[in-house]
Design a protein around this ligand. Sequence first.
Ligand SMILES: NC(=O)c1ccc[n+]([C@@H]2O[C@H](COP(=O)([O-])OP(=O)(O)OC[C@H]3O[C@@H](n4cnc5c(N)ncnc54)[C@H](OP(=O)(O)O)[C@@H]3O)[C@@H](O)[C@H]2O)c1
Length: 330
Amino acid sequence: MADVTRWGILATGKIAHTFATDLAVTPGHELAAVGSRRLEPAQAFAQRHGAAAAYGSYEELVADPDVDVIYVATPHALHLEHARLAFEAGKHVLCEKPLTLNIAEAEELVRLAREHDRFLMEAMWMACNPVVLRIAEDLRSGRFGVPRHVHAELGFRVDAGPEDRMFNPDLGGGALLDMGIYPLTFAHLMLGPASSLAAVATLSEAGVDLDVAVTGAYAGGALATMVASMTAWSSREASIATSLGRVHVPAQFHHPTHAFFVPADGEPERIEGDGPIIGIGYGNEIAEVGRCLQAGLRESPLVPLDRTLLLMRQLDDLRRQIGVRYAADG
Ligand SMILES: NC(=O)c1ccc[n+]([C@@H]2O[C@H](COP(=O)([O-])OP(=O)(O)OC[C@H]3O[C@@H](n4cnc5c(N)ncnc54)[C@H](OP(=O)(O)O)[C@@H]3O)[C@@H](O)[C@H]2O)c1
């Protein structure tokens, strides 16, 4: 591996732009190329973000010898297909969340990574955020007392047509997979694996979940309540009630810049991460990929594939409970 990690961005949608903006401020990383289904958006993207090469197909992108790692930024329903392209071309992969639509696809993607001996990580940037890591570590050490209840909610009104990926079942639409994955992952990071989860949801006419509420039970009797919404502006905050007080994670809880511990009998204490937030936080995920690649790792200890698969099984189970099925489910 060269000292600089050379990225190829696959797709030119909303998150691809945000990611490229953070990539530009992450030391040791450069945008080598971008690929789109059409050449024009790829060229516009390359010009805006300073990519050396622009391609009018994903196949040409993954074939570029000056690219080390592909960032897959297409809708979830296409992640398996596009990550497969990258592996077959010998590239490492950072794949947007959720890794795939269901556990069968996720297991296939992990199998492909291992078959091709390539690095694979789900782009769960929250798990690379220094403030989230600090809270989880201090919680484990007992510094905040015994955690009894996690609450996390992520919701914003999505104003888009029925063809948009968020509403389109063919592209894996729905609040649970797009947003609910964050509260679920947050509760897992703070409390460990859930022993049981239950969900209720409001579905659209097309059959995707617009609003979903999940309750979870965890080791030692701890509980979690988690909400995701495409119809309403929730607080986008999280809190952890403990035997000594409360950890408050202000918006945006999935990429916080700081948090507070509010003891029951004392002054609030500010919680900072051990290192800087790079960009708005995608830079920390980018840096983690670079660190793993430099060390020759095939998965990240911060976002292990076993945890990604476990969360994917939970998402499948919750979708069964609320009656959301995708064509890929068979
Ligand atoms: N980590 C985060 O914070 C975060 C935030 C938002 C979204 N995401 C994830 O990132 C992924 C993309 O989300 P997004 O909001 O960027 O979506 P988006 O704006 O709809 O962009 C998706 C891009 O995928 C490409 N694409 C290829 N085939 C497509 C098809 N059949 N229909 C639509 N697009 C197609 C298109 O790029 P070209 O036209 O260039 O080929 C399109 O611009 C999702 O999996 C989502 O969960 C993550």
